[in-house]
Design a protein around this ligand. Structure first.
Ligand code: C2E
Ligand code: MG
Ligand code: MG
Ligand code: MG
Length: 272
C-alpha cells in the first residue's frame, strides 16, 4: 500500500515536471518569435524632483505586447528570458529603442534609467557596447543611468566595479536599485561609482503606517548615508500623499510611484 502510494506520488511529480519543461520550451520559442516581430516595448515611469514635481528622468520598464495575452509585465516572462539567455538580445533591443525615444522626445533633457541584469555585467565589454549603442541612438552619455541590483554585484563585484568605473569616466551614471532588500548593502555604497540609490518600495510603503515607525528611521539613515557619500536618492513606489510628505520632509530629492505617475508609453508623456 505504501509502496503503491509512493509510486503514484512519484508519477504525479514527474508529470508536473514534464509539463513545466514543455511550458518553458514553449515560452522560449514564443520569446524568440516576439523578438523577431518586435513585440517588446518600453514603458516609461517618470522620476520627479520631489521639491517641485519637475520630471528629472524616466525609468524604462519592459512590456511584452503579446498578440493573444495582451500587455505582459516582466514578472510574466523575464525569469525565463534570463534562464534561456534571451534577455540579452531582448534588453539590447529595448535599451536602444528607449534611448532613441528619449533622444527625440526629451525636452528639458531628462535622463533615462534602465535595468541591467547580472548577465550583462558578466561581459567585460558591456561599457563598450553601451557607448556604441548611445552613438547610434544619438543620446548624450550623461543622460543615461544604468540600474543594477545588489544581487547582480554578488557574482563578481570587482569586475562590475571596473565596468561601472569606465562608464562613469565617459559620463554614464549608475544607480543601485531596490536598495535595502539585498545582501551586504553598505559595503557597496562607498566602493561603487554610484550617482544614485533607489530606496526599495518596501520601506516607502511602511512610511505612512503609524507616525514614528522603524521605517522612517531606516529611510532617514539611508538618506544621511547617501548624502554623505554624494549619492542622490530616489524613493520607489510612492503611492500615498502621506508617503510623499514624509519623504519631502526627510529631504529625499527624487521619487517615482503610482501616486505621481504609472509606467506608460513615451507618447503618453510627450506629445509627438
Ligand atoms: P524595478 O526596477 O524595481 O522596477 C520597479 C517596479 O515597480 C516596476 O514593475 C514598476 O512598474 C513598479 N512600480 C512603480 N511604481 C509603483 C508603485 O507605486 N507601487 C507598486 N506596487 N509598484 C510600482 P515592473 O515594470 O513590473 O518591473 C518589475 C521588475 O522587472 C523591475 O523592478 C526590474 O527589476 C525588472 N525589469 C523591468 N524592465 C526590465 C528590462 O527592460 N530588463 C530587465 N532585465 N529587467 C527589467
Ligand atoms: Mg529599476
Ligand atoms: Mg527598483
Ligand atoms: Mg524591484
Amino acid at each position: 500500500q505504501a509502496k503503491q502510494l509512493g509510486r503514484k506520488r512519484f508519477a504525479v511529480f514527474d508529470e508536473a515536471l514534464a509539463k513545466g519543461m514543455v511550458d518553458v520550451l514553449a515560452m522560449e520559442s514564443e520569446l524568440r518569435k516576439a523578438l523577431r516581430q518586435n513585440e517588446f516595448e518600453p514603458h516609461f515611469q517618470p522620476i520627479y524632483r520631489l521639491g517641485d514635481s519637475k520630471v528629472m528622468g524616466y525609468e524604462a520598464l519592459i512590456r511584452w505586447n503579446h498578440p493573444q495575452r495582451g500587455l505582459l509585465r516582466p514578472s510574466d516572462f523575464v525569469k525565463i528570458a534570463e534562464d534561456s539567455g534571451l534577455i540579452e538580445a531582448i534588453d539590447w533591443r529595448l535599451f536602444e529603442l528607449s534611448c532613441r525615444l528619449l533622444a527625440q522626445h526629451g525636452p528639458g533633457e531628462p535622463f533615462i534609467t534602465f535595468n541591467v541584469s547580472a548577465l550583462h555585467l558578466r561581459h567585460a565589454d558591456f561599457d563598450v557596447r553601451i557607448l556604441k549603442m548611445l552613438e547610434r541612438s544619438g543620446l548624450a552619455p550623461s543622460r543615461l543611468v544604468t540600474e543594477v541590483t545588489e544581487g547582480a554585484l554578488l557574482d563578481n563585484p570587482e569586475s562590475v566595479r571596473n565596468v561601472l568605473d569606465r562608464l562613469r569616466s565617459v559620463g554614464v551614471g549608475a544607480a543601485l536599485d531596490d536598495f535595502g532588500t539585498g545582501y551586504s548593502s553598505l559595503s557597496y555604497l562607498h566602493s561603487l561609482p554610484l550617482r544614485m540609490l533607489k530606496i526599495d518600495r518596501a520601506f516607502v510603503q511602511e512610511l505612512d503606517k503609524s507616525g514614528s515607525g522603524n521605517s522612517s528611521t531606516v529611510v532617514a539613515a539611508i538618506l544621511a548615508l547617501a548624502h554623505a557619500l554624494n549619492i542622490q536618492v530616489i524613493a520607489e513606489g510612492i503611492e500615498t500623499q502621506a508617503q510623499l510628505d514624509a519623504l519631502v520632509s526627510m529631504g529625499c530629492e527624487m521619487g517615482q510611484g503610482y501616486l505621481l505617475g504609472s509606467p506608460a508609453p513615451m507618447s503618453h508623456w510627450v506629445a509627438s
